[in-house]
Design a protein around this ligand. Structure first.
Ligand code: PGA
Length: 261
């Protein structure tokens, strides 16, 4: 795993946006896996700036979001489809029909999950999957205990997750109790993964994900199995890492080698 420790959340956002922009520059029809939540907002703002400043086109890009609340329609203000339209897609030149988010209000949940997996395969697989991390270590809505081989399916939300996300709803009662989420197995098939975390509230989850044992009790630890996973954290989220000095050294060396090449 590559661990990148940056001074603050703005640097994390800038780094992630440059990574995503670099992928689209190199492959104009790239398939991006996207995430919602507070963490990627800065990344999306930077990406929009890059799109505008450099005229970087997303016309041929396809996107797959990690998850959606079960029962919410795409126009519900707290739905992840609405979030993506509002915070990213409407600012890019990407046709909306090339952006995929599981349909939370489907009457055929099983069919929707299978179709989502099929669409990812038909798109040629995900080039880079952007991830946040829950304070309980979840990725997507794969809560602790999720099978490390899981595929897109319905997961019951942990109470801690519902509490964490209540800020997006009028009250805790309105937070859905389940979601459709890509599985951990689905996420691990992305050719590259980029997990972002900022603030001390994520420090323990990051420590366990990076330095703890591989365990379904901490779903993000599954990234230890991925051949190309980059974990980008600010000083707050990095503050419990035991080997922080080593990660900084490795990054310095990486930059030096790149300059020499
Ligand atoms: P957050 O959510 O970015 O809003 O902290 C992350 C997550 O739950 O995956």
């Amino acid at each position: 795993m590559r661990i990148v420790i940056l001074p603050d959340a703005a640097d994390v956002a800038c780094f992630a946006a440059q990574e995503l922009a670099g992928i689209v520059r190199g492959k104009p029809d790239a398939v991006l896996g996207l995430a919602t939540g507070s963490t990627p907002l800065g990344t999306y703002r930077h990406l929009i700036e890059v799109h505008q400043a450099e005229k970087l086109s997303f016309r041929r890009v396809q996107t797959f979001n990690l998850d959606e609340y079960l029962g919410l329609s795409s126009n519900h203000p707290a739905s992840y489809r609405h979030f993506m339209n509002e915070h990213l897609f409407r600012f890019l030149d990407i046709p909306l029909e090339q952006t995929f988010v599981p349909r939370g209000d489907t009457s055929d949940v099983e069919g929707e999950c299978q179709a989502y997996e099929r669409r990812i395969v038909e798109a040629g697989g995900i080039d880079c999957q952007l991830l946040g991390i829950g304070s309980d270590g979840h990725i997507g809505f794969n809560e602790p205990g999720s099978s490390l081989a899981s595929r897109t399916r319905v997961k019951t939300l942990a109470e801690r997750t519902r509490l964490d996300n209540a800020r997006f709803f009028a009250s805790l009662d309105e937070v859905p109790t389940a979601a459709i989420t890509m599985g951990i197995g689905t996420i691990l098939e992305a050719r590259q993964v980029l997990l972002l975390a900022t603030g001390q509230g994520k420090a323990e989850a990051i420590r366990e994900a990076v330095e703890g044992p591989l365990s379904s009790s901490l779903p993000a630890s599954a990234l230890q199995l991925h051949p190309s996973a980059t974990i980008v954290v600010d000083e707050g989220a990095a503050c419990r890492l035991q080997r922080a000095d080593y990660y900084r050294l490795a990054e310095q060396q990486r930059r030096r080698l790149r300059k020499e090449a």
